[in-house]
Design a protein around this ligand. Structure first.
Ligand code: SF4
Length: 435
């Protein structure tokens, strides 16, 4: 292992990175057709769904202690949550007692993935236990500055598979659309830590979007567009409506997917206006990035319920993280909780080898052990695909325990979840039965 040698200084972030004070209008776009699709000039907060996402007793106590001047209407407003997010050392020190490693991780930051945590998500963090799962997931530590063999800034080789800046085209019939470099809360193990955050190189802009949209228009084999980033649901309503309508207009695009952590870290974003926008662009699927059962709060459950009631199919994506969620019991609790709010566990990812990720990465054997502990022991719906995203851009490779044990002249030998073996009479090797 060697030190990555990042220089030392305190983080600085734009207090209003989304320009939320300026209302919800996207910048002027010359195309008349596009203009028709934009919203009127009424600001979004008029449409706030205050009251739809509950303020739990836990949130209320946290708010009264750390934001004594805030009202429940403030707390329920996603703009307020973003404006009051924890982005620096002085702020985070108010909420948690930092370890030396956390303190060092925060003051060393100069570029790449910044510190940012919404007040809502901060309310879920243990102030005293540095080993708590979600605290480890979002609070920087000095280990981020230690790089190990095999790690890189772009381990999936996305930049080499980008025909235009905002797009990754790896698989034949689908593309990944990088919509924004902003998230309301930054996960320390983020695969795209090279580009997200205010200090990243990627900003996301209407002109970049236009290039990506034109590429999709000119590529008829693309039937599936995944919007990711950064977090697409942190875009303003007007921007999101424009983007979704631009993609939905392309005849060969059959489905649109959104990858987001917003229901988990910023459930207040699920306003009635946002839901009405999403409903217009069916078939639209949403993959929710979930990490640990501590995230299954009344607020998060309500956010998922609102999306499901809007007719949007929901899946989840979870990154397997050392000491955070790498136990069968933890994952089972998470996946059962997700199913109860109509979120189907979809992918369990092996953590990608970004720079400074060794403290997060488990072995691949550990991932297989997780599936072994789930398959047969709980509902099939509660078991995601365990995949390794192949370094260098090879795509997702699914891995399973060795249930297939080989074949002989009489058929295929299979092992079940209890370790017992069975023979399936595979027709390929057998002669047809005599009449
Ligand atoms: S929400 Fe996704 S894109 Fe944003 S920091 Fe977390 S992993 Fe990265």
């Amino acid at each position: 292992m060697k030190n990555s040698g990042r220089a030392v200084s305190a983080p600085v972030e734009d207090a209003d990175p989304l320009g939320t004070e300026a209302g919800e209008e996207p910048p002027p776009i010359s195309r008349a057709l596009v203009q028709d699709l934009l919203f009127t000039s009424e600001p979004a907060r008029k449409y706030s769904a205050f009251g739809r996402i509950p303020v739990s007793q836990h949130s209320r106590l946290f708010m009264h202690e750390f934001f004594p001047h805030a009202t429940e209407a403030d707390w329920s407003n996603w703009h307020w949550q973003i404006r009051n997010s924890i982005v620096g050392l002085d702020q985070i020190k108010r909420f948690i007692k930092l370890t030396h490693g956390e303190y060092t991780g925060i003051i060393r930051h100069t570029s790449g993935l910044p510190l940012r945590i919404t007040p809502y998500y901060a309310s879920l963090i243990s102030p005293t236990n540095p080993l708590q799962a979600i605290r480890r997931a979002v609070v920087p530590v000095a280990d981020e500055y230690v790089s190990s063999p095999g790690e890189s800034v772009d381990p999936l080789g996305e930049e080499g598979q980008s025909p235009v800046q905002s797009l990754v085209h790896r698989y034949p019939d689908r593309v990944l659309f990088l919509t924004t470099g902003f998230c309301s809360t930054y996960c320390r193990y983020c695969t795209r830590s090279r580009m997200v955050g205010n200090h990243g190189r990627f900003k996301g802009s209407i002109s970049q979007w236009q290039q990506a949209i034109e590429y999709i228009e000119q590529t008829p084999q693309v039937r599936d567009v995944l919007l990711s980033g950064g977090d697409p649901l942190t875009l303003t309503d007007g921007h999101l409506d424009y983007l979704l309508s631009s993609i939905r207009r392309i005849p060969h695009v059959e489905i649109i997917r959104i990858g987001t952590k917003v229901p988990v870290v910023l459930p207040q974003r699920l306003t009635s206006r946002l839901l009405n926008i999403l409903k217009k662009y069916q078939p639209l699927w949403i993959s929710i990035h979930c990490t640990h059962p501590d995230e299954l709060t009344p607020e998060m459950n309500s956010a998922c319920t609102l999306l499901a009631d809007a007719g949007i199919p929901l899946g989840s994506q979870t990154v397997l993280l050392k000491g955070i969620n790498d136990s069968v019991d933890t994952l089972k609790k998470l996946f059962h909780g997700l199913l109860k709010v109509r979120v189907r566990p979809y992918y369990l990812y092996q953590c990608d080898p970004i720079l400074g990720s060794s403290h997060f990465r488990t072995t691949v054997d550990k991932g297989i052990e997780m599936i072994e502990g789930l398959r047969g022991h709980t509902s099939g719906y509660a078991i995601p695909h365990y995949v390794v995203d192949a370094p260098g851009g090879g795509g997702k490779i699914p891995l399973l325990p060795d249930y297939y044990q080989g074949r002989d002249a009489d058929g295929v030998i299979l092992r079940n979840f209890e370790g017992r073996t069975f023979r399936y009479p595979d027709g390929r090797l057998n002669s047809p039965a005599a009449p």
